[in-house]
Design a protein around this ligand. Sequence first.
Ligand code: SF4
Length: 123
Amino acid sequence: MAREKRRFVCVTCPIGCEIDVIHDDGKIISMEGNKCKKSGEFVLQELIEPMRVLTTTVRIQGAKWPVIPVRTDRSVPRRLFPRIMRQIKNTDLQAPVNMLDVVVKDIAGTGAHLIATRTMHRE
Ligand code: SF4
């Protein structure tokens, strides 16, 4: 791969620095816009395999609301989001569910668990 210029928004902390990176086949040549050194690890990971925590909702039966908010318990490869969302689309939960309960283990074979981010009682 030839030398390439890319812009990233660092999601490591809420400041969200916009970082202009020049890299050569994944080797960082220069970086501008970052306010701290943590961005180096973030940018390297972005170049290799972007990782994010996925937050969404899942259908739930027997609760006050039809869906419950959930997230993965760790970062997962962003390219696997469509596969994870397909599995979530085919998932129905039953109330009650407590906050931080694991609602799907090893979601889409990623090794991450899907956890509830609020409690929903049985209505
Ligand atoms: S570069 Fe540092 S200060 Fe900027 S968003 Fe990333 S972690 Fe936060």
